[in-house]
Write a protein that binds this ligand. Sequence first.
Ligand SMILES: NC(=O)C1=CN([C@@H]2O[C@H](COP(=O)(O)OP(=O)(O)OC[C@H]3O[C@@H](n4cnc5c(N)ncnc54)[C@H](O)[C@@H]3O)[C@@H](O)[C@H]2O)[C@@H](O)CC1
Ligand SMILES: [K+]
Length: 514
Amino acid sequence: MIESLSSQAIATASQMQAIENLIFQAGMPVAALMEKVAIRITQRLTELYPVQSHPHVGILAGSGHNGGDALVVARELHHQGRQVKIYTPFAKSKPLTRVHGCYAKSLGIPFVSLEALPDCDLLIDGLFGFGLARDVVGDVAIAINTINNWQIPIGSIDLPSGIHTDHGGVMGTAIQATSTFCLGLWKRGLLTESATPYVGNLERISFDIPEKFILQVLGEHHLWRINPQQCLLKNFPISRSVITHKYEIGHLLLVVGSQKYGGAAILAAMGAKATGIGMLSIAIPNSLKPIILAQVPDALVIDCPETESGEIASLADLDLQKYQAITCGCGLSLDAFPIVEQVINSDRPLVLDADGLNALASMGKAQIIEKLNQRNSSIILTPHWGEFCRLFPDLREVERLEALQTAVNQTKATILLKGARTAIAVPDEAGTQTWINPESTPALARGGSGDVLAGMIGGILAQGISAKDAAIAATVWHSQTAIWLAKQRTEMGVDPVTLAQNLLPFLQFSKTDK
Ligand SMILES: NC(=O)C1=CN([C@@H]2O[C@H](COP(=O)(O)OP(=O)(O)OC[C@H]3O[C@@H](n4cnc5c(N)ncnc54)[C@H](O)[C@@H]3O)[C@@H](O)[C@H]2O)[C@@H](O)CC1
Ligand SMILES: [K+]
C-alpha cells in the first residue's frame, strides 16, 4: 500500500520539502537520509554502469544537498575501485555537502576542472535538485552546455540540473540526462512535455517515506503517474461471461468519416474492433458505404444522407439510445456541426474527437460549459494542444496541466490531452484527478493514430468500463503497442494501420512476456 501511494503520487518541490521536514522532525537525521538515498543510487548505477565497462566517473557536485548526494555516490564509487573525479563550480556549499567534500578529499579523490572530465565513461549530475531557485547562468551554464556536447552517459540525481521541479521548464539551460534517478516521490516537472527531452530513462529511487507523511502533505491528492504495466494487467483482456451474447459485450456507434477523410472512419473502426466489442455500427456519408464494408465487413454500416461536399448531412431517425457508447468526430469535417450537436444531446457515453471537438469549439466557451454540464452520462474529449486551445482559448497561456485541470473543473468532462506525455483529467467529487502517461514514442506523431485511439476508447467504454478507466487503459495500450512496434520496425514503421493491427498481438506479447 505504501509503495503504491508513493509509486504513483506526483509532488511539487514544496510538497516534497514538506514531506522531508516531517521525516526529519520525527527523528530521522538529515545525514542518515542522504546516506540511505545515495547508497540506493549507487546500487542502481552499479547495475546500469558496471565497474568494468565504466571505470572512469566524473561527479558534478552542486552546493546543496543534491551535491551532497553526489559526493556520497562519489565516495562509494571510489570504494568500488573506480577512478573518480569531482568537479564543482561553487566555492561555498551547505554544511553537510561540505563535510562530504572534505571526506572525499581525504580519500584522495581529486577535485578537478571541467577540462579534466571528457575522458570519463560516466558523469553523475548532482548540480541542482529540487532546490533550483532561479535561472542557471554564468560558469555553471557554460559547464552544462559543454557537458551536453560530450556524448558521455549522464546519470542525473533527482532531476536533470536546470529543469524546474514543478513546471518542467528549462531554467536557462539544463543537463540532457541519459538516466534520471528521481528520489522519493515523482516530481511534477519530470513528467511534463517540456522536460521530456532532458530526462532520458526516468526511474524512481524509493527511500521508504512513511505513508502518513505523504497523506498529511498531499491530502486529497490530485496528480498521479500511471504505471503502464499494472494498467495493462488490470484492464486486459476485458473479461466476458462464458454464456454472454454479442449485445451484452457492448454496441458502439461510430459517427465518422467524410468523402475527404474516409480513411479516418476505417482507422477508428480498426481501433474499436481490437477491443473485442460485441457490435460495431458505423454511421458514414452514404457514398462511403462500399469502401467501409470492404474494409470492415463485420460492422453494421449506416449510410446517412450526404451533403454536396461529402459530409454526413443528418443522422435521420437513427435511435441513438440503443448504443452503449458513441465515438464521434474522426474525419467528420467541420460541416457536420448539427450531427455533433445531436450526438452530444443524446446523453449516451460519448467520445468526442477531431472535428467533433472543432464543432464543439465553434459553439464558444460559455455554451460548451453549459452543454457539457447538462449531460448526465460521461463524455471524453480527446484534444491535442491545438484543439484544446480552440475549445478553451482563455487557457492558451496557462501551463498545460493547470489548463487541463481548469477545463475539467469547468466542463465536468473527462479530458484526454494528447501529446508526448498524454494527461487524462477526470472530474471527481474530491476535485479533478489527473493521470499522466509516462511512456510514449514520437512514432505516434502521425496522421491517423488519434483515430485508432478514439475507436479504442469507444470500444472499451461501450463494454461498461468507466470513462476514467477507458481513457487511461486505451492510452496505455495505444502507446505501449507503438513503443513495442518501434523497437521492431523503427519509429518510421508505426503507421496507424500497422498500429491497429498489432494492438492484439501486443497484448498477447505483454501477457507472455512476464
Ligand atoms: N531535503 C533532504 O534532506 C534530502 C534531499 N535530498 C537531495 O537534496 C536535494 C535538494 O537539496 P537542496 O534543497 O539543498 O537544493 P539543491 O541541492 O537542489 O540546490 C540548491 C542549492 O543551489 C543554489 N542554487 C539554486 N538555484 C541556483 C542557480 N540557478 N544557480 C546557482 N545556484 C543555485 C541554492 O542556493 C542552494 O545552495 C534533492 O533534490 C535531493 O537530491 C536527498 O539527499 C534526500 C534528503
Ligand atoms: K541533478
